[in-house]
Structures are given as structure tokens and as C-alpha cells.
Design a protein around this ligand. Structure first.
Ligand code: S3P
Length: 163
């Protein structure tokens, strides 16, 4: 069974995941390596559906590896086929409020998210809202990230998994 961190962009999936495993499979990083360009450029050149297909292929590949830690992009839950693949694994939802993730994403100079760049704040909030139910219905564990350090979040997850 894999352990997968789910949640919206900016919730801290990669940061927390790296504390939980030094062999974290960070899907966005692997995909950027494979496509040879930032995800933002790939969205512009090939379109979002092409990205989603690569994401699904990689998800399948990683879930077949067994007991691994995976940090997917926040949009992995959009495709029902991905949700079907994810069910049965440990799915840890890093729950964050919109203003927190919006601030973090706005300030992230190294990772320019295409959906952030091309949407107004209002439309981005609508994307956020529509995703929450997907994360909630998949999650086998939910950790609210508000007012917690990545270390504290990782510790809560470790404790929860050992309970
Ligand atoms: C996306 C999230 C991003 C990345 C891509 C699309 C999304 O990953 O996969 O920009 O649709 O939520 P993070 O959640 O790691 O930012």
C-alpha cells in the first residue's frame, strides 16, 4: 500500500512528504524531468489534457511500486480514473484554507502554477472550492495544516499511521 499526500497547491505536500520519507516520489518533479520543461511551459505548449495523461500514467507506475510515499500535484484527484487508482491506499489530506494557499502560491517564485497564472483570484477560489469535496471523500486521514510547522504536520501523520 502506498502513502499519498493529497491536497490543494500550496498545502505543503512536497515539504511535508520530504520530512516523512527521504525517498519521496514527487510527481511534479518527476514529470518536469520527463518533459524537460517547467509544468507551466508544458501547459502552454501542449495543453492541460496532455499533462493530465502523463500524470495518470505516472500515478499508475508509482502505485505499482508498493510501500512508497508519493506527493502528487493537487489536480490528481480530478480524473475519476485516478481516484479509482488511489482508493485502497493511505490517502493523507493536507487541509488548508484558501487565503493561506493563495498567499503561499503568490509568493512562490520557483514554482509558477499555470492555473494560478491564468485565473482571477475569484476563479481560482472556485477551483479550490470544487476540489475540497474530492479530497475529503478520498482521504483516509485529514490533517489541518493551519498554524502548524511542516515538522508538526509530519509528526501528526506518523502518529496517525501508527495508531
Ligand atoms: C496542479 C497542481 C500542481 C501541478 C500543476 C497542476 C493542479 O502541483 O501539478 O500545476 O491542478 O492542482 P502542486 O499541487 O504540487 O502545486
Amino acid at each position: 500500500m502506498a502513502r499519498v499526500l493529497i491536497g490543494f497547491m500550496g498545502a505543503g505536500k512536497t515539504t511535508v512528504g520530504q520530512l516523512l520519507s527521504d525517498q519521496l516520489y514527487d510527481m511534479d518533479a518527476i514529470l518536469e524531468d520527463r518533459i524537460g520543461m517547467p509544468i507551466k511551459d508544458f501547459f502552454e505548449q501542449k495543453g492541460e489534457p496532455a499533462f493530465r495523461q502523463l500524470e495518470t500514467d505516472l500515478l499508475k507506475e508509482l502505485l505499482a511500486l508498493g510501500e512508497v510515499w508519493i506527493s502528487p500535484g493537487g489536480g490528481v484527484v480530478l480524473n475519476p480514473a485516478n481516484r479509482a487508482l488511489l482508493r485502497g491506499h493511505d490517502l493523507i489530506f493536507l487541509e488548508a484554507d484558501f487565503e493561506t494557499v493563495y498567499d503561499r502560491i503568490s509568493q512562490d517564485k520557483d514554482n509558477k502554477r499555470p492555473l494560478f497564472l491564468k485565473n482571477s483570484k475569484e476563479d481560482f477560489k472556485a477551483i479550490f472550492d470544487s476540489r475540497q469535496v474530492l479530497y475529503q471523500e478520498l482521504a483516509t486521514m485529514t490533517v489541518s495544516v493551519a498554524d502548524k510547522s511542516p515538522g508538526e504536520i509530519a509528526e501528526l501523520i506518523r502518529t496517525g499511521l501508527n495508531a
